[in-house]
Design a protein around this ligand. Structure first.
Ligand code: ADP
Length: 892
């Protein structure tokens, strides 16, 4: 007899081997050299977690008890694989394009990212799967006890093995299921370990089968005869049960969280389904090939009352085939562990994503903007969830006492999980399906399943016998096993019929009656028409050609040199001598991170997804991209505004600078002008005063003449200084105006008499005094000063034979103007503007003016709010004084 210690040692070595395989596979995958890990064979084998210990051991027990009905458990998935591969393909495509992490995530995302739905599915899954995990723990414990029967340590084993197994599985699942938060949620290590276990359990079952047929029964022919002789061989078909269980197995194959995990989430390439479509049914066929022979022979050779669920172990043991029994034990162990690990991983993803994280984020008050923070919380939540799921399974096992009630739990769990089917299939194929519909359907199905199957199945302690016999609240149509008065049906058929049909009906009716939100509509369209939107069956497994495309795109975003350096560094890190790195997931992830620095995370993801084709762009992606673009647009428009402002400021600065330069030049010119203007009279004054001082005997007449010259020059100097002072006061704005009312005619009178007094050849004035009778309100003295200047200029510069100045008053566009037009030569056009500048003189030195008169006039008129301009096109010199608007009171 194999000692328990040897068994434990074998078990531990097997587990260490699995750890090693998982570890190596993870390493290979992260190094990007995981081609064989992504083969269709591994994918097909990973699907075999459908065959749990319940199928490994239980199928034989099932056959021993109920004959050929066990076939239905294999028939369901086979029919799905062969007859519904197109539906699976759609499921896988949707899962990939929406980056779905679990079946709860898929349902929630189809119905407008509804977390309520996700929570419902998660709860349903936890309730449905926990007993199933307990079942696996029970099977491992039972198989241990078979070996331990003769071992003194046996009693110890029964109590503690379930606990240690649960703890060990939790560690495995945590180690390999939550190593990192891969965006694709793929776990190469776990999948590879599961594939190995699939091979072990197949070989184990086949080995036991071969031994039974050829070692015990004496060949195929004899075996068939024995089968014919036994009750199992009797073809007894309960059509209702057959159809129901086949359907349930099919539904569970699609909806079970662990199946969804390996089939959709872990799928690397849609094309793998093509291989799996025939290879997986083949695997199932091989698994079921020897079930009947083992059952028949077991019933024959083992003493009555032996547990048929353990024939796979006890038959070889009874024949003294300890090595074979050991292999068979490992097969059962593999079936149980792989199921538990994947189920715990799948459930933990759902629990942490849809229950723990929302609660945590809520508690944090939306302060989860730091992504690193969230990542570690997610990982932590996953780990805790895995431990919690396994603890739940363990406690369920302890509480249920591991009895026969557990053995029937497999189908009950199937029926519970199948409640997801209407919402899932409806969501994939019917655009009209709504969130409300899915919620109502799920709730109806869940409640009915609970009431008609789970609770009655849990024994009398849970549901009072009176309820089962007389119905809820004494209503006979509410009897759990005879709902609405339909009696005589098998409880399983009864429950599945009512729960699924009412679930589907509620789902359809509520969908038709409710209105989907916009996001729901969009997601619905994405799901139903997934083949129109998403890329073909190319995975992240890209080709070098894709690397080139990625390079071209990256160059545009990062800049040519940076992109080339990044790609070269990556190629080098991969140990490749090629210019382009292999587009491994690790590389793509780094590239995405690199690009997201420039264009935002969502855009980077969408762009890479477009090229690599691993995922199509989801509505959320698009919304996020739109958000980012809006932000970028806003940012760039702000930049544009800023740069416009800057260029305006620069323009102003340039203008100011030019002005300053001009002013500085003007100042220089002004100073040299002034010194020139001052020096001329000063020179005369000095010269004549020296003559007066130094020359003796000058005649009186000469003395008088010289003194007169000195006097005139001094007067000129005084005038010049007065003008300069006046101008500087006006220019600095220090002048204070003395505004009074008066008549324009008086101002002109005063100006002309002042200007013309004492002149030898007085200018002839031509006026129309009637038009000049306008009352005005301004600084009359200053206005007079302007007029004096203009009249004096005409006097000085008009070279006509009979100099005449006509002064006329007009109304130009509502403004009073006074024109001074003489009959002289006027001012040549190119100098007309210039004469208003300081020291500007056209007829050089004539009459001794310093060229300040018109400059002063302009300053005064500007101060008064009016203007003085040259009036071109007249017969002689012509100036126009525009009186300030509104200063005249009324014409009289
Ligand atoms: P100034 O104080 O030397 O008279 P203004 O600034 O009054 O200087 O005039 C500038 C120049 O404009 C004069 O030097 C003269 O050449 C020209 N000018 C002014 N008024 C007349 C006019 N009515 N006819 C011809 N030239 C004129």
């Amino acid at each position: 007899m194999t000692s328990l210690n040897v068994l434990v040692a074998v078990c531990l070595s097997y587990v260490v081997l699995l750890f090693g395989v998982a570890f190596a596979a993870d390493r290979l995958a992260s190094a990007g050299r995981s081609t064989w890990l992504r083969s269709p064979l591994v994918y097909t084998l990973s699907l075999s977690i459908y065959c749990t210990a319940w199928t490994f051991y239980g199928a034989v027990g099932y056959a021993a008890r109920s004959g050929l009905e066990f076939v239905t458990i294999y028939l369901g998935p086979t029919l799905v694989m062969i007859g519904w591969w197109w539906g699976l393909r759609k499921l896988v495509r949707v899962g990939r394009s929406q980056r779905v992490t679990s079946i709860a995530d898929l349902i929630s995302s189809r119905y407008g990212k509804s977390n309520t739905l996700a929570v419902c599915v998660t709860i349903l899954a936890v309730i449905g799967v926990t007993p199933y995990i307990a079942l696996q723990l029970q099977s491992i414990t039972l198989s241990f006890t078979i070996f331990a029967e003769t071992d003194p340590a046996g009693s110890y084993v029964e109590g503690s093995s379930a606990f240690w197994v649960a703890a060990g599985l939790a560690v495995f699942a945590i180690l390999f299921g939550t190593r990192n938060l891969d965006a694709n949620e793929r776990h190469h290590g776990v999948v590879t370990a599961v594939a190995i276990e699939a091979v072990v359990k197949l070989i184990a079952l086949l080995a036991v089968g071969v031994f039974v047929v050829w070692g015990i029964a004496g060949g195929v022919f004899d075996t068939l005869q024995r089968i014919d002789a036994s009750e199992i061989g009797v073809w007894q078909v309960d059509h209702g049960r057959w159809a129901t269980i086949t359907f349930l197995a099919a539904a569970a194959f699609v909806c079970l969280p662990r199946m969804f995990q390996v089939m959709v989430v872990e799928n690397d390439d849609e094309r793998h389904l093509r291989t799996a479509a025939w290879a997986f049914p083949l695997y199932l066929m091989l698994m079921s090939l020897f079930v009947v022979p083992i059952a028949v022979v077991g019933l024959e050779i083992l003493p009555e009352g032996s547990n048929p669920d353990l024939f796979v172990l006890t038959v070889p043991l009874a024949q003294g085939q300890e090595m074979l029994a050991m292999l068979s034990f490992l097969g059962g162990f593999s079936s149980a562990t792989s199921m538990v690990i994947v189920a715990a991983m799948a459930l933990s993803t759902m629990v942490s994503n849809h229950i723990v994280m929302p609660i945590w984020l809520n508690a944090k008050g939306g302060g989860a903007s730091v992504s690193g923070d969230v990542r570690s919380v997610v990982l932590y939540a996953r780990r805790v969830s895995i431990a919690a799921v396994l603890a739940l399974g363990y406690f369920y096992y302890r509480l249920s006492g591991g009895g026969a009630a557990l053995a029937s739990i497999g189908l009950i769990a199937f029926a519970g999980i199948a409640q997801i089917l209407p919402a899932l299939v409806g969501g994939l194929f019917w655009r009209g399906a709504t969130r409300t519909g899915a919620l109502v359907g799920l709730t109806v199905g869940f409640v009915l399943w609970l009431f008609t199957l789970l609770l009655p199945g849990m024994g009398a302690g849970v549901l009072a016998p009176s309820v089962i016999e007389q119905g809820l609240w004494g209503l006979s149509w509410l009897r759990p096993q005879a709902l609405f008065g339909i009696e005589g049906l098998d409880p399983m058929v009864h429950s599945v019929m009512w729960s699924l049909s009412l679930n589907s009906a509620a789902f359809c009716i509520a969908s038709l009656l409710s209105f989907p939100s916009p996001l729901e509509r969009l997601q619905g369209a994405q799901f139903v028409n997934v083949f129109d939107h998403s890329a073909g069956p190319r995975g992240w497994s890209g080709s070098v050609a894709q690397s080139e495309d990625l390079m071209i795109m990256s160059q545009r975003i990062m800049g040519a040199r940076e992109a080339q350096e990044f790609f070269q560094a990556e190629a080098k890190a991969q140990g490749s001598r090629a210019y382009f790195p292999e587009p491994t997931p690790a590389f793509l992830e780094r590239l995405e991170r690199e690009l997201s620095g420039s264009v935002g995370a969502a855009t980077a993801h969408a762009m890479i997804g477009q090229i690599v084709g691993g995922s199509s762009v989801s509505v959320e992606d698009l919304l996020a991209v739109a958000d980012e673009s809006a932000q970028l647009l806003e940012y760039s428009s702000r930049l544009e505004a800023k740069s416009a402002e800057l260029s305006r400021t620069a323009h102003k600065l340039r203008d100011a600078n030019e002005k300053l330069t001009q002013i500085s030049l003007q100042k220089d010119a002004f100073l040299s002008q002034i010194s020139h203007e001052l020096r001329t009279p000063m020179t005369s004054i000095r010269a004549f005063s020296e003559i007066l001082r130094d020359t003796d005997g000058l005649e009186v007449a000469e003395k008088t003449r010289y003194a007169a010259i000195i006097h005139d020059e001094a007067m000129r100097l005084t005038r010049l200084l007065n003008d300069l002072l006046d101008l500087s006061v006006l220019e600095n704005g220090q002048v204070s105006l003395n505004v009074t009312e008066g008549m324009l005619v008086d101002v002109i009178d005063r100006a002309s008499s002042t200007a013309l007094t004492g002149s030898i050849n007085p200018l002839k004035l031509r006026r129309n005094r009637a038009t000049e009778r306008i009352a005005i309100r301004t600084d009359l003295d200053r206005l007079t000063q302007v007029f004096i200047n203009l009249i004096a200029n005409a006097q000085k510069y008009c070279e006509a034979h009979e100099p005449t100045l006509s002064i006329s008053v007009h109304d130009v566009g509502g403004q009073v103007v006074v024109d001074f037009v003489d009959n002289g030569n006027g001012i040549p056009p190119h100098s007309q503007k210039m004469v208003f500048e300081k020291f500007a003189r056209v007829s050089a030195e004539k009459a001794g003016g310093a060229g300040l008169g018109l400059a002063i006039c302009r300053e005064i008129m500007q101060r008064l709010g009016g203007n003085v301009t040259y009036l071109p096109g007249q017969e002689g010199g012509a100036f126009r004084v525009s009186l300030p608007l509104g200063l005249e009171i009324a014409a009289q």
